[in-house]
Write a protein that binds this ligand. Structure first.
Ligand SMILES: NC(=O)C1=CN([C@@H]2O[C@H](COP(=O)(O)OP(=O)(O)OC[C@H]3O[C@@H](n4cnc5c(N)ncnc54)[C@H](O)[C@@H]3O)[C@@H](O)[C@H]2O)C=CC1
Ligand SMILES: [Mg+2]
Ligand SMILES: [Zn+2]
Length: 276
């Protein structure tokens, strides 16, 4: 959330306000951005799957129209969330990041996971409900650990085959049932590079709406082992000097913050601001 944006469960029966439209192609945008007058948007020929009231932006109610498919709207185009993360202002990115997670959840929870019947939208909390099962499904958040492993002036970075060419990043992975955050971190580092760590320190967290990760960021010191890369997951992993770093992840990512923070401390530079 930000000073301009707060989340809320709003009843779609009320009229007016602002709205965003999200399809599998991304968010609808025109020259003014992704937030449209809602009444105008609802007059367009959109393939609406469902509508959710998601919060207030500058005091105005905001709704999400989750669409089955992207249709042509004159003067508009479709833009993925990643582009807003890379280039958009942080207030808009917060609104759209939240809208994307609610849209993903709404799309994937139309039917009860227990009995398979259609679920209904609860008006007063963010949940889908199955009456026969008395079961509520809330938006999914997936805790993921992300860690910068360091050894004096060196930092351990790796490449996944999914990354942009040349970019190296910190190690990350999803928590499994039964694990603490620290257990997960130790396991992920072992699995991905076969290295042991010590002095694990929590740094901060970040919502990562691709599609529903909650990144918990840590710093850890190297404790032993030689790098052995996990087949398929890790394309390359090595120690880099803080004086000679490869291309790094996007400025808004906690991965980049963990790297910038350590490098700044090591070189005695100004501490970077936490990404918003
Ligand atoms: N904000 C940031 O700075 C960064 C965020 N990330 C995010 O962290 C997350 C984890 O990173 P990876 O190294 O790719 O994960 P990972 O090392 O756990 O490997 C990904 C694999 O985990 C499995 N998986 C996918 N979704 C899952 C879920 N919800 N729960 C459990 N397992 C799941 C799949 O087999 C997938 O191939 C991803 O969402 C990624 O986008 C990763 C690096 C930087
Ligand atoms: Mg990983
Ligand atoms: Zn059910």
């Amino acid at each position: 959330m930000s000073a301009r944006w707060t989340t809320a469960v709003l009843d779609p029966q009320i009229t007016g306000g602002l709205a965003v439209a999200r399809s599998p192609e991304g968010f609808l945008v025109d020259d003014n951005g992704a937030l449209f007058p809602r009444d105008w948007l609802k007059r367009q020929d959109l393939d609406v799957l469902c509508e959710h009231g998601i919060g207030h932006f500058d005091g105005q109610p905001v709704f999400l129209l989750e669409l089955r498919s992207a249709t042509d709207v004159p003067g508009c185009s479709w833009r993925g969330l990643r582009a807003f993360m890379l280039e958009g202002d942080s207030d808009t990115y917060k609104v759209l990041g939240y809208a994307a997670q609610i849209g993903t959840w709404a799309r994937e929870h139309r039917f009860c996971g227990s009995c398979g019947q259609a679920m209904t939208q609860i008006r007063w909390e963010r949940a889908m409900y199955c009456q026969p099962c008395d079961l509520r499904s809330y938006p999914r958040i997936s805790p993921s650990m992300i860690v910068l492993v360091t050894r004096g002036d060196e930092i351990l970075l790796a490449r996944s085959p999914r990354f942009v060419t040349g970019v190296y990043s910190t190690l990350a992975g999803f928590a499994e049932p039964g694990e603490s955050a620290e257990d997960c971190l130790v396991r992920e580092v072992r699995e991905e590079v076969a290295v042991e760590v010590q002095n694990i320190q929590y740094i901060g967290s970040q919502c990562w709406p691709f599609p529903h990760s909650m990144m918990l960021g840590f710093h850890a010191e190297y404790a032993g082992g030689e790098i052995v890369m996990q087949p398929d997951e890790i394309e390359d992993a090595k120690w880099f000097s803080v004086h000679d770093l490869p291309p790094l992840p996007a400025g808004r990512s906690i991965a980049r913050y963990l790297i910038d923070l350590y490098v700044a401390r090591r070189l005695g530079c100004d501490i970077p601001a936490f990404p918003s």
